[in-house]
Design a protein around this ligand. Structure first.
Ligand code: SF4
Length: 286
């Protein structure tokens, strides 16, 4: 819950505000870029109050995704139902409830025949769990790398799910049931492929679903300010050169995707041809 006593003085007048615990993870600006802006020091503040029901919903998404729970209303409005999980495109749910332990990374749920997949994990939340239960549960928790694990173990235990991670990052998830190794891709469930992409960390992987949705972890994201696919050079903990090679290998693999759904950075949808072209240009730029 946001702390009114810590309301930042640079918020515009009105009911919505951001408190000073914000740690500049950018998530709120993904959901409400027209309403929440970053100061020079990275602190988010409300730059304009919502004026329509759609903008009010954007603000609620920002509030429920904020890992420090820094966004709220002066009059302490009740959270409306159904804010998260948010079905971004058919069959792909953004979980919200981003966790501070993963520096506010996004987590994703896709219902699948035989049990759904949870990609990385949000903070434990009853509404998120209820939707997963209503949509057939979670059969596989798919960890993209060591940083974005949050409440993965709790979700896995609740649903009796298998947990996948690459061996190079496996020490971060000792509860994993399935540890992949090497650089070869691996089908973890029908239509769901793990593709190792060392670089951000040594054990980073993509998950590609039906050659339609690419879960990019902290390796590949939509850079919403630039309007392009990108990678985080300043947050590459293992090797930028290896990351470049990994993305080149993925671009040549024949896998396609229309949606990029990352841990950090923003999501985006386009045609598979457009995404592939942008990926090739990114590799050349790197
Ligand atoms: S989501 Fe929360 S912590 Fe992250 S930038 Fe927005 S207000 Fe700050």
């Amino acid at each position: 819950m946001a702390r009114l006593a810590d309301r930042h003085p640079d918020n515009v007048d009105g009911p919505w505000y951001v408190d000073t615990r914000c740690f500049d993870c950018d998530v709120a600006r993904h959901h409400a870029p027209e309403l929440i802006a970053a100061r020079a020091d990275g602190q988010s503040v409300v730059s304009r109050q919502p004026a329509t029901p759609a903008e009010e919903l954007d603000m609620w998404r920002a509030a429920l995704a904020c890992p420090t729970r820094s966004i709220g209303t002066v009059d302490r409005r009740e959270v409306p139902p159904g804010v998260f999980p948010w079905e971004l495109t058919p069959g792909v749910f953004l979980c919200g409830h981003n966790d501070r332990r993963s520096f506010g990374a996004h987590a994703w749920f896709m219902p699948r025949p035989g049990g759904g997949i949870l990609v990385d994990a949000p903070h434990w939340d009853r509404e998120v769990v209820a939707l997963m239960e209503a949509r057939g549960g979670v059969a596989h928790v798919l960890l993209t790398h060591r940083d974005d694990i949050a409440d993965a173990q709790r979700f896995a235990e609740h649903f009796g799910a298998r947990v996948w991670i690459h061996a190079a990052d496996a020490d971060a998830a000792p509860f994993a049931t399935d540890v992949a190794d090497g650089t070869d891709e691996l089908e973890v469930a029908p239509g769901v492929v793990m593709f190792p992409v060392a670089g951000h960390t040594r054990g980073s992987v993509f998950y590609v679903v039906d050659d339609r949705v690419l879960f990019g972890g902290d390796t590949l994201a939509w850079m919403w300010r630039e309007g392009d696919l990108g990678a985080f050079r300043n947050a590459t903990w293992y090797s930028w050169a290896v990351l470049r090679d990994s993305l080149e290998r993925f671009a040549a693999s024949g896998h396609r995707f229309e949606w990029i759904c990352p841990g950090h950075g923003k999501w985006h949808g386009a045609t598979a041809d457009e995404m592939h072209r942008r990926l090739r240009v990114l590799v050349a730029r790197m």
